[in-house]
Design a protein around this ligand. Structure first.
Ligand code: MG
Length: 288
């Protein structure tokens, strides 16, 4: 399966740090949104990208491969973050997968970063958030239309963290010949609704243009959080067995969210007194 892709990330208009990290290199396209403040959240998301990037360059990845990446990330987090500090990261993405001779997308998620698919002009959210708001919606206690203003909208219920074994969800979906996939952090989806996201994805033909336009629109809408987007297009002729990817320039293919570090800030100051209350229920500083 051949793919072309683009990616963009920005720290936004409020945050001092970009704690998002992303990876766009076949067979892996992912976003990680770190939590825990300086030297914690940014480290957490970067560790996740480092572990998943070990799969870069392969023709496909299996569920076991992805699961190993989650576990190695969790182990390194426990070893890397100072004792007594909590840090975590969301991880959401898609991997090119082979199954019964066909090409598939293996979608994986922990937290509230998201994976969408645009197919036949329709935008569909594939991943399901691990969030308090999603649980309330599932329980019929919250109308999805009221989710954006909910006071607990940034509280996630699962993360790859220093205190918990990772519990990712997986979906295996057939790769359509004209699919466009979007992987993004909540800094995008908290600023743009599905219609606004779809508008960009159907308008911008080039995936790099689409990723940059999505991030630009999120900034225009407020940019309250770090925002990241990876856009992947499928280019697969019927019956095609070629698994070689259409590679872009390396600087575009492998992009880690990095910027100059501001003065070191104590973790509890960074997160404004809000702590991560339990290994499975992580509260982000202001937004996840
Ligand atoms: Mg975020």
């Amino acid at each position: 399966m051949r793919t072309s892709w683009g990616s963009a990330t920005d720290r936004g208009r409020v945050r001092r740090l970009n704690e998002d990290s992303l990876l766009a290199y076949p067979p892996i396209f992912m976003v990680a949104d770190g939590m825990g403040g300086h030297a914690a959240g940014d480290v957490a998301s970067r560790l996740a990208v480092e572990e998943f990037s070990q799969l870069a360059g392969r023709s496909a990845a299996s569920p076991d491969d992805i699961h190993d990446c989650f576990h190695r990330t969790a182990t390194r987090l426990r070893d890397s973050i100072a004792a007594g500090k909590m840090a975590g990261t969301t991880v959401a993405g898609v991997a090119i997968a082979a199954h019964d001779g066909g090409s598939y997308w293996l979608v994986f998620n922990i937290g509230d970063s998201r994976v969408y698919r645009l197919s036949g002009g329709e935008l569909e959210q594939i991943s399901v958030d691990h969030s308090v708001v999603q649980e309330l919606i599932d329980a019929g206690e919250l109308d999805p239309a009221d989710a954006t203003g909910h006071p607990e909208r940034h509280v996630i219920t699962r993360a790859v963290g220093t205190g918990a074994e990772p519990e990712p969800d997986y979906w295996l979906i057939p790769a359509g010949t004209a699919d466009r996939l979007l992987v993004c952090s909540d800094g995008l989806t908290s600023e743009l609704d599905d219609d606004a996201i779809r508008d960009v994805l159907v308008t911008a033909a080039d995936p790099q243009d689409a990723a940059q336009m999505l991030v630009a629109r999120a900034l225009e809408a407020g940019g309250q959080d770090n925002v990241s987007a990876v856009v992947v297009d499928v280019a697969m002729a019927p019956g095609e067995a070629d698994t070689e990817s259409t590679r872009r320039a390396p600087s575009r293919a492998l992009l880690l969210a990095e910027e100059a570090s501001p003065p070191a800030t104590a973790w509890d100051e960074e997160i404004d007194g809000v702590t991560i209350p339990s290994p499975t229920r992580a509260r982000a500083p202001e937004v996840s």
